[in-house]
Design a protein around this ligand. Structure first.
Ligand SMILES: [Mn+2]
Length: 300
């Protein structure tokens, strides 16, 4: 019988899907990547997975699903939380091999992967694993920052430059949404700036993204600082002048039907929250929408 669940008690797996030790038999796996040594601004995103999981208990409270989706993604697909990837706490050089191996383990059984960061650098090993399986990917990137700085340093502002250089994302079918910091080089990626978003209906932005990506295998990455700091203050590098969480959700919901083969939600640093845990509420809701998109992609 369908019911609801107390959001303040019980096991804290993502949206209460339950933990599993192995991706065997799983359609969509969720992992946490508690890493923040790639951060250039305020640290603390290593606490992100815990905060997002906690608030996901409220987002996933109802067995009927998440509004306004007309079904429960947990009914259509076996979703399990594989817990946090560990083994790199103070060792940045270990992060990439450890995360890439965990992601490959999930992708090898044919499951899709939703990762919760962690700072944005974690996207690099995730992209490497997905590109190994699917070839060069279309990147759908929500962020205040381009993260494509031309720099040999490996941090959360350079990893998409490295991904382009490695040939694991294809700029010609990639798009960055919400940017509002100087980015001298686009590297051939289409940019839909925050100002463009604020002047353009979400449905139209979603249509532009759909046209850009086409039927390519896509990787979706959502930095919570895409949102204005009014809606997401608890993040490493907040930038004023961004869209709100309703707008973000509308754009995401407009991407249903794209072949999204993997995704992450990153950069929640919960110690900068004000009252109400609003950043984690937004992040958990957005992560739930992304989970639906991964489910929809598996139904294509
Ligand atoms: Mn950012």
């Amino acid at each position: 019988m369908k019911s609801w669940n107390d959001p303040y008690s019980g096991e804290q797996s993502f949206m209460r899907v339950g933990f599993a030790d192995s991706p065997e038999g799983v359609d969509i796996a969720v992992i946490g990547i508690p890493y923040d040594l790639g951060t250039t601004g305020r640290p603390g995103a290593r606490f992100g997975p815990r905060a997002v999981r906690e608030l996901s208990l409220a987002v996933g409270e109802f067995d009927w699903g998440v509004w306004p989706w007309d079904h429960d993604v947990r009914d259509n697909h076996t979703v399990r939380d594989l817990g946090d990837v560990q083994g790199f706490t103070a060792y940045p050089d270990r992060l990439c091999p450890v995360v890439e191996e965990k992601a490959a383990e999930v992708l090898d059984v044919g499951a899709s992967l939703l990762s919760i960061g962690g700072d944005h650098f974690v996207s690099l090993p995730l992209l490497r694993a997905h590109a190994k399986k699917h070839g060069p990917l279309a990147l759908i990137h929500f962020d205040a920052h381009s993260d494509t700085w031309v720099d040999e340093d490996l941090n959360h502002g350079t990893m998409f430059y490295h991904a382009i250089k490695e040939g694991i994302i294809d700029p010609a079918c990639s798009v960055q949404v919400g940017l509002r910091t100087p980015n001298p080089e686009t590297h051939g990626i289409q940019i839909l700036s925050a100002d463009h978003c604020l002047k353009t209906p979400a449905e139209e932005v979603a249509k532009t993204i759909r046209e850009r990506v086409g039927n390519r295998a896509a990787y979706l990455t959502f930095d919570i600082d895409f949102l204005d700091p009014a809606y997401a203050p608890a993040t490493g590098t907040p930038v004023a002048g961004g869209p709100n969480s309703a707008y973000a959700r509308h754009v995401l919901q407009g991407l249903a039907g794209l072949k999204i083969v993997g995704a992450d939600q990153v950069e929640v640093a919960p110690h900068y929250e004000g009252p109400g845990q609003i950043t984690a509420v937004a992040a958990a809701t957005i992560a739930a929408d992304i989970l639906y998109l991964l489910g929809k992609a598996r139904e294509l």
